[in-house]
Design a protein around this ligand. Structure first.
Ligand code: ADP
Ligand code: SR1
Ligand code: MG
Ligand code: MG
Ligand code: MG
Length: 417
């Protein structure tokens, strides 16, 4: 091990690590015989091992001090695992049905052990590519977002406890990665940017020359950096959600910090919109994917509507609590309370659409792309899907403050497809 106690693991070293760690041995019922260890990491950043034996199972996730998908040329703090552990525990406390338990954390090793989400759980993005409907997805994700965002905001916290919580997450350096790859690189010539060339060469250039878009993105970047509204997941795309027909589990919260709520809501909705635009690339003679596209749109609509409903209900249930954003003796009449909530929710709606659109753009012309499009082998067909998504995102980003309902967002999606 290095001086700081860190040692990168591989499959063999995982077994040695387990032997030296009583808490992990206990999870396996003290049985090492018949143990299987598989590295399954398919994300951009980390290494993930599924450990399973006759007496039990768990997942081990380790951060190495660089971005996995790029390599050691892009160093990245391995302290990210500490923030992932904090957020997993907080999310688990607030929303236990939708978050895997943390079993073990080793800070020097940048390592978390958590519950293994067994098959048939799959990554939601893969389910969306396969055209699978998840009837409870909107219900579950609106629950997760309403509870984790409400209970970590000033609608529930006193200002003192809020500031303490904000301070705890201030050191998460992954925020700088987001600032670069979401809010900066797509709008300039940058080393790791890529797109489906040559088809989208002009589209990428148009983004770099769109002054209106750049002004809007500057506003979002400021909000991301300055607004400690709630503890956000920070990377809530469809690759951070594992699903079955009746279970929805949120993983991979290493980007968590106190930021704008709309960043999470936008990440989820924006990635559903990307899934929508990728469907034509997955259509074949047996399935035109039209019914599935309608299901995605319905899920977008229901997710926002249910989120809105649940968030406002939590607000009403906690109106006389210790939350200090709207003191009960100032906002002391039902009509004023209603007005305050209306303003808060419409601002949040506009933030969510803006962040969602920015996250769509970065997945098409930035460094990290999404499997929804990457898995469309015919590059010209892929580019057609991506161009529609890009145009939709640009309209949403520029026009969002004119939109008042999620139904109007759906209309923009339909008009640009
Ligand atoms: P990264 O931070 O590198 O994106 P993730 O946390 O997203 O890593 O994990 C990468 C992959 O590992 C996921 O896409 C999923 O397939 C698998 N995985 C992660 N956590 C679990 C878990 N608790 N149970 C089952 N599989 C998991
Ligand atoms: C180098 S950018 C890697 C991306 O993967 C993570 O999941 C985040 O979305 C990040 O922006
Ligand atoms: Mg991930
Ligand atoms: Mg991650
Ligand atoms: Mg079209």
């Amino acid at each position: 091990a290095a001086d700081d106690g860190f040692r990168p693991l591989d499959v063999e070293a995982v077994v040695e690590y387990i032997k030296d760690t009583p808490a992990l041995l206990a999870l396996l019922g003290e049985q090492l015989e018949g143990l299987s260890v598989k590295e399954v990491g398919d994300g951009n950043l980390n290494f993930v091992y599924i450990v399973s034996g006759p007496g039990g199972s768990f997942v081990l996730k380790q951060a190495l001090p660089y971005v996995r998908s790029v390599g050691i040329s892009w160093p990245m703090s391995k302290e990210r695992t500490y923030f992932e552990m904090l957020a997993l525990k907080e999310h688990g406390r607030l929303c236990p049905y939708h978050v895997p338990e943390v079993y073990h954390f080793d800070r020097p090793m940048s390592l978390i052990a958590m519950r293994y989400l067994q098959p048939p759980h799959i990554i939601l993005r893969k389910g969306l590519i396969a055209g699978i409907e998840y009837p409870l997805l909107a219900q579950h994700m609106s629950d997760f977002m309403a509870r984790t965002l409400f209970f970590t905001s000033l609608l529930y916290h006193s200002t003192l406890e809020h500031r303490k919580a904000v301070a705890e997450f201030c050191g998460n350096e992954l925020c700088r990665l987001t600032e670069q790859v979401v809010f900066s690189d797509p709008y300039k010539v940058a080393q790791y940017n890529r797109w489906t060339s040559p088809y989208l060469d002009h589209d990428a250039e148009a983004i770099r020359e769109d002054d209106t878009l750049k002004i809007e993105v500057a506003g979002l970047k400021s909000m991301f950096c300055e607004r400690a509204q709630a503890m956000i997941h920070g990377d809530l795309h469809t690759g951070s959600v594992m699903v079955t027909n009746d279970s929805t589990q949120v993983i991979d919260s290493e980007f968590a910090f106190y930021g704008p709520m709309g960043y999470d809501i936008g990440a989820f909705l924006g990635n559903l919109i990307l899934a929508f635009f990728s469907q034509d690339g997955h259509a074949n003679k047996d399935d035109d994917r039209e019914a599935y596209k309608r299901w995605i749109l319905k899920t977008i609509e229901e997710t926002w509507d249910l989120f809105h409903q649940k968030f406002v209900s939590l607000w009403n249930e906690n109106i006389d609590g210790h939350g200090e954003a709207y003191l009960a003796d100032i906002y002391n009449k039902p009509e004023l309370q209603l007005l305050a909530q209306k303003k808060y929710m419409i601002d949040l709606f506009h933030d969510s659409i803006g962040f969602g659109a920015a996250k769509m753009i970065r997945r098409i012309v930035g460094v990290a792309h999404v499997e929804d499009f990457e898995s469309i082998a015919d590059t010209s067909r892929r580019a057609f899907c991506e161009r529609d998504a890009l145009n939709c995102a640009k309209t949403l980003l520029k026009e969002r403050c004119k939109l008042e309902t999620i139904g109007q967002v759906i209309s923009v999606i339909e008009e640009t497809s």
